[in-house]
Design a protein around this ligand. Structure first.
Ligand SMILES: O=C(O)CCC(=O)C(=O)O
Ligand SMILES: [Fe+2]
Length: 214
């Protein structure tokens, strides 16, 4: 069983947002946005760096608005188990967990690889929404947490689009020369982020309620 604390940037009553979590969100959000732009501009994807900007929260956030993205803080107590294999639902996940054991990511060949991060390292994982929006050009990362009697503490920043944003990168991907005929059937667009998340929730049930898929 793991403990989860979720933080979202927004209109906290009397400014009661935990300052460290607000600071962590404030530091991780621009990193996540920049990395998304870098992935879009890569020679493999060939989209504009700004391709997702209309779908992301406006900056600064409008008054009284809650952010779409969130920061989750996890604590896995010794002997209480980890987290089953899954892909995250949002666009991009950044994991900050210096020196913490247990996280493994599946590589392209299906092998599970340990990811133990240093103090100046972040793990960057694509989520379901990024795989979907790029018609499978960027694959979501499958990962799990396997702990044998050890403790783990981690921070996960999940960059999400606005619920009402429409994902429709097919024309831009085609203009960039990608042949999407089969992919268009697998990742039909346009679709709103909210619709995509509802579909994800319906098709990705977790057997372990302590590890609700995000
Ligand atoms: O504990 C971790 O670092 C991973 C957590 C995770 O996979 C998730 O929240 O989606
Ligand atoms: Fe995850």
């Amino acid at each position: 069983m793991r403990a989860v604390l979720e933080h979202r940037v927004g209109p906290w009553l009397n400014n009661t947002a935990p300052p460290a979590l607000a600071a962590a969100s404030g530091a991780l959000d621009p990193i996540a946005r920049s990395l998304l732009a870098v992935l879009c501009r890569s020679a493999y994807v060939r989209l504009a760096g700004s391709a997702f900007v209309p779908a992301l929260d406006d900056l600064p956030l409008p008054p009284r608005a809650w952010a779409s993205s969130s920061l989750q803080c996890f604590r896995y107590r010794a002997g209480s188990g980890g987290c089953e294999g899954h892909e995250d639902r949002a666009l991009l996940t950044l994991i900050y967990a210096p020196g913490q054991p247990g996280l493994q990511v599946q590589d392209a060949g299906g092998q599970w690889r340990d990811v133990e991060l240093g103090p100046k390292q972040l793990l960057v994982m694509a989520g379901h929404a990024l795989e979907y929006a790029t018609c499978g050009l960027i694959r979501s990362s499958r990962h799990w947490v396997v702990l044998e009697g050890a403790e783990r503490r981690s921070l996960a920043y999940k960059l999400a689009a606005q619920p009402g944003a429409t994902l429709n990168l097919v024309p831009a991907l085609q203009a960039a020369g990608h042949d999407l005929v089969a992919a268009e059937r697998r990742y039909p667009q346009p679709i709103t982020y909210q619709q995509l998340m509802a579909r994800f929730g319906a098709t990705h049930r977790t057997a372990n309620p302590a590890c609700k898929l995000r």
